[in-house]
Structure formats: C-alpha cells, structure tokens
Design a protein around this ligand. Structure first.
Ligand SMILES: [Zn+2]
Length: 311
C-alpha cells in the first residue's frame, strides 16, 4: 500500500520521465527538422579533416624531400668516393702497365741493337774478307787481260770471261754459306747480296736451327741488307742464291725490288722462278732479271750429298 505522499512522488516521477522523453523527442525532431545544422557540422568536420590531411601531406612531403636530399647527398658522396678510388686504381694500373711496357721495350731495344751490331760486324768482316779477295781477283784479272791482249784474244770473249768470273766469286761465297747450313743439319742453301761489287749481306738456311719456317737463306740475307741500308727497297743490289728461291723467297725478292737474281741450281720441288711456277709471269709490280746456271753442278752436288747422308 502506498501512502499518499508516495503516490504523489510516483506521479511526479512519471511526469518527469515524460518530460524528459518529450525533450528527447523534441530534440530529435529538431535535428531531423533542421538538416542544415548537421550538414554544416559535417562540412566543418570535412574541411577540418582536409586541412589536417593537407598539413600531414605537406609535412610528409617535407620530410620525404629532406630525406631524399640527404639520401642524394649521401649517394653523391659515396659515388664521388668510389670514383676517386677507381681513378686512383686506374692511374696506378696505368703507371704500372707503362713502366712494365717501357722496361720490356728497353730490353727488346737493347737486344735488337746488340743483334744489329753483331750483324753489322759480321757483314763488315765479310766485306773486308771479300775486299782482300776482290783485290787479288782484280789483280789476277788485270794479269789475265794483259796476257789476253798479248795473245791477241778477242776483247768480247775476255769481257764475258771477266763477268763470269765476277759472278762465280759471289756464288762461291753463297756455297760456303750453304755448307754451314748443312753442318747445322739444315738443307744446304746459301745466299749473298751484292752492291757496288761488295757483299753487303749474307744468309743461309736456318729453318731447323731457328725452328722457324721463314728462316730461309734469302729472307735472312734480305733482312740483313734492309737493316744495313735502312730501307725495305734494295735497288742496285744483286742476289746470289745456290738454289732456286721458293715462292716465299721469290716474293721477298720481288717485294725488296731486287733487280738481278743469280741462281745456281734449279728446284723442281718448290722453285718459284720457273721450275714449279714462275712469279715473273704474274702481273706483279716488279720483275727481276733471272740468271741461271752459275756453279749449278757444285750446288746440286752439295744438295745430293746432304740428302744421301740423311738416308
Ligand atoms: Zn725460300
């Protein structure tokens, strides 16, 4: 049982609740009735958010920029350092390479100079030796001419004999050189180059000795003569060779522009001045005059003996 006072309180409480409900309803109504307020709030909120976003983005961009700048500076510094290191390494390598090269060149040059000096000494010896012989020969020729005149020999014949004798002297020297080749176990081929009546270069086959396919008598003599005269052309020179030159040597004679070639024996296996082929028949820019048969028998015998001993 409620007292009257309790009833009144309950009633007031109910009224109060109703009043509150009504107020909430009113507020909701008011909100739903005035969407402008809400939208304004939302717009404000959005604008505020946008501003914050913009600020954030700006901050992030600034940070990123700073970071990028730092990174770039760091990269540039790194790159500079690497470049400097590389340049230093390359410079060091280059200097070392240059030094090595210079040393090699000096050694090679010294060797070449020594070889040239030795060759020139040999050539000079040969020339001196030949000079003595030539004097004797000239003296003998003078005597012969005098005798011939006394015997009323025909001048033409005398001249021919003198000329033959002149060539025989040089071919004899070539044969001596061929014998050295044979002693070394090489096929006996010898060669001299003559200028102004003097031997200026000589060579003999050194294919086995040097273990070199191009060390033929003619190439040796041609190299020596070019070295002595200081050029690749040998004008005014005659070459005396005990065996018909092979294609390589015939080519070398043509390349050196040697005008006269005196050949002792023919080579039926590799002769390139008529036996197997004739380089004179090709449209090359130089055609040497060929002379066969000087001391042919001596040269052929020497070769025959050599090959007989081999068997
Ligand atoms: Zn040859």
């Amino acid at each position: 049982m409620y007292t009257e006072k309790q009833n009144t309180e309950q009633e007031n409480y109910g009224k109060q609740i109703n009043k509150q409900d009504n107020f909430q309803i009113f507020a909701e109504q008011k909100n739903s009735d005035c969407p402008e307020n809400n939208q304004q709030d939302i717009v404000k909120q959005i604008n505020s958010n946008k501003e914050i976003d913009t600020q954030n983005t700006k901050q992030q961009t600034d940070i990123r920029k700073g970071f990028d700048e730092q990174d770039t500076k760091h990269k540039i510094n790194n790159s500079k350092e690497i470049n400097q290191q590389n340049i230093a390494k390359q410079t060091k390598n280059h200097i070392e390479f240059k030094e090595r090269n210079i040393e090699q060149n000096i050694v090679s040059h010294k060797k070449s100079v020594t070889q040239n000096v030795d060759r020139q000494i040999d050539i000079q010896k040969a020339i001196d030796k030949h000079d003595v012989r030539q004097c004797k020969n000239a003296h003998k020729q003078d005597n012969d001419r005098r005798n011939n005149r006394q015997k009323n020999a025909k001048p033409q014949n005398s001249k021919t004999q003198d000329t033959e004798h002149y060539h025989i002297e040089f071919m004899k020297k070539a044969l001596e050189l061929a014998k050295i080749a044979a002693e070394n176990g090489d096929v006996p081929v010898g060669c001299v180059i003559v200028r102004d009546g003097k031997i200026i270069a000589e060579g003999y086959n050194r294919r086995q000795t040097d273990k070199n396919a191009v060390s033929h008598a003619e190439t040796e003599a041609i190299s020596s003569a070019c070295c002595l005269l200081g050029g690749w052309r040998l004008p005014g020179c005659s070459i005396y060779v005990t065996l018909e030159p092979c294609p390589m040597c015939a080519g070398a004679i043509i390349n050196a522009r040697i005008p006269e070639v005196y050949i002792a024996a023919r080579d039926s296996k590799s002769g390139a001045f008529g036996s197997v082929l004739n380089l004179r028949n090709y449209p090359l820019n130089h055609k040497p005059d060929l002379h066969f048969g000087i001391m042919e028998t001596e040269s052929a015998d020497l070769l025959r003996d050599f090959f007989r001993k081999l068997r």
